[in-house]
Design a protein around this ligand. Structure first.
Ligand SMILES: NC(=O)c1ccc[n+]([C@@H]2O[C@H](COP(=O)([O-])OP(=O)(O)OC[C@H]3O[C@@H](n4cnc5c(N)ncnc54)[C@H](OP(=O)(O)O)[C@@H]3O)[C@@H](O)[C@H]2O)c1
Length: 346
C-alpha cells in the first residue's frame, strides 16, 4: 500500500441506535484501512442528505433489513464526501496520493477518513471547492437520473454546440425545488433548455428562482388544483405529497411523472406509492415512472465537469463543523436549509 503518514484513529460521527439527531455522537474510532481496490480519503467536506437522516432514524423500518435490524450494522454515518487521497490499495490504478476526489461511500462519510472503492471516485479539479464537490454524488446524481427518466438529458444538451432553434421548450414541474435534489434538478433542466416551475416553501422562492426556475409555487397553498390540466410535459416529484392522479392531471397526454418519494408508511416508506404507480402505469395516459437512483461514476464525472465549467452550482446554504452534525441533522429535518448543508471535517 502506498500511503502518507496516516493516523490509526479518527473522529467520526457515529450512531449506536436508531433515532433522532440525539443518537449522533462524534467519537474516536479506528481509522479505515483501504482494501486493494480502495483509496483512503482525508475528508474535507461531507454532504448532509435525506438518505443520511433516514438511516439515522431507521425509517422506513424496511431499511433496517439492509442496515441492521436492531441497530445500524455500520455505526458511522453519511455517504457523500470530497477530500484528498492519503493512501491507496495495492490494486489501485487510477489515483495517486495527493489527488483531490469526491464520491459516495457506504461506510460512513461524516468522518475524517473514508476508504472508497476507486471505481466510485472521481477527480475534482483544483478550482472546484471540496464542499461543492461533496454535494454532487447522491443529490445531483439523483436529479440527473430523474430528469433522464423524464426524457431530459442535461449532460448531452450541455455538450451541444448549437441551440435547437424554433423548438418549443419542454415545461417541467419540480416538486421539492428548494431541496438538495430539487435544486440540482431545476438547474440541470434549465441547462437542458426546459422551462422549469418549482414548488417549495414561500420563504425559499427567491432561492428557487435564482436557480433558473421561471416561477416558484408555494407548497402550502392549493397550487396543484390551481394549475391547468396538462400544463407540463413532465413532473419530477421529490415530495410525495400529491396523489398520483393529481400529478397525472398536471401532465399532457404522453408526458411523464417521475416519482422519487412519498408515502408516510413507517414500515415501507415510498414503496406502496411506487408500487401503485407501476400497477397504474399501463392504464394512465401519462407515464408514471418510479426512480431508483444508482451510483454512477460517469454521471458524477459529468456533474463535476458542469460545476467546473460554471454551468451548475452546488447551492450551499452553509458549512458547519463535523462536531455539529447533530444540530445539522436537526436543521435538515426541520427544513431550515436552502439547498445544501455541508459538514467540514478538517
Ligand atoms: N428515488 C431515489 O433514488 C432517491 C434518491 C435520493 C433522494 N430521494 C428522495 O428525494 C426526496 C428529496 O430529497 P432531498 O435530499 O432533496 O431532500 P430535501 O433537501 O430535504 O428537500 C425536500 C424538498 O421537498 C420539499 N417539500 C417538503 N414537503 C413538501 C410538500 N408537502 N409539498 C411540496 N414540497 C415539499 C421541501 O420544500 P421546503 O424545504 O421549501 O419546505 C424541499 O424542497 C426525499 O424524499 C428523498 O428520500 C430519492
Amino acid at each position: 500500500m502506498n500511503r502518507q503518514h496516516v493516523e490509526t484513529t479518527m473522529r467520526a460521527v457515529v450512531q449506536h441506535r436508531y433515532g433522532g439527531p440525539e443518537v449522533l455522537a462524534l467519537e474516536t474510532v479506528p481509522a479505515p484501512v483501504p482494501k486493494a481496490d480502495e483509496i483512503l480519503v482525508a475528508v474535507h467536506a461531507a454532504d448532509v442528505a435525506s438518505g443520511d437522516v433516514r438511516v439515522m432514524r431507521g425509517e422506513p423500518k424496511l431499511l433496517r433489513a439492509f442496515f441492521g435490524l436492531r441497530r445500524p450494522r455500520v455505526p458511522t454515518v453519511g455517504r457523500d464526501i470530497a477530500g484528498v487521497v492519503v493512501a491507496i490499495g495495492a490494486g489501485v490504478t487510477r489515483f495517486s496520493v495527493g489527488d483531490r476526489v469526491c464520491g459516495e461511500s457506504s461506510q460512513g462519510g461524516w468522518a475524517e477518513l473514508v476508504a472508497l472503492p476507486e471505481r466510485f471516485a472521481v477527480r475534482v479539479p483544483d478550482h472546484v471547492g471540496f464542499a461543492d464537490a461533496a454535494t454532487l454524488p447522491v443529490s445531483a446524481g439523483t436529479a440527473l437520473q430523474g430528469l433522464r427518466l423524464a426524457g431530459i438529458d442535461p449532460v448531452r444538451r450541455a455538450g451541444a454546440d448549437t441551440a435547437e432553434g424554433g423548438e418549443a421548450r419542454p415545461r417541467l414541474l419540480v416538486i421539492g425545488a428548494s431541496g438538495g435534489v430539487g435544486g440540482f434538478a431545476v438547474q440541470l433542466a434549465a441547462l437542458a433548455g426546459c422551462e422549469v416551475v418549482g414548488v417549495g416553501s414561500a420563504d425559499k422562492a427567491e432561492h428557487v428562482l435564482a436557480l433558473g426556475a421561471s416561477a416558484a409555487l408555494d407548497r402550502r397553498t392549493a397550487w396543484a388544483s390551481a394549475e391547468p390540466e396538462g400544463s407540463y410535459d413532465a413532473v419530477f416529484d421529490l415530495a410525495g405529497a400529491q396523489a398520483l392522479g393529481e400529478l397525472a392531471r398536471l401532465v399532457r397526454r404522453g408526458g411523464t411523472v417521475v416519482l422519487s418519494a412519498g408515502g408516510d408508511d413507517g414500515w415501507l416508506g415510498p414503496m406502496p406509492r411506487l408500487l401503485a404507480a407501476t400497477v397504474r402505469n399501463p392504464f394512465t395516459p401519462v407515464a408514471l415512472r418510479p426512480l431508483a437512483a444508482a451510483r454512477d461514476v460517469a454521471d458524477l464525472e459529468a456533474l463535476v465537469g458542469l460545476v467546473a465549467d460554471g454551468r451548475i452550482r452546488s447551492m450551499i446554504d452553509r458549512v458547519v463543523p463535523l462536531a455539529e452534525a447533530a444540530s445539522a441533522a436537526r436543521d435538515f429535518l426541520a427544513g431550515r436549509v436552502r439547498g445544501k448543508l455541508v459538514l467540514e471535517a478538517r
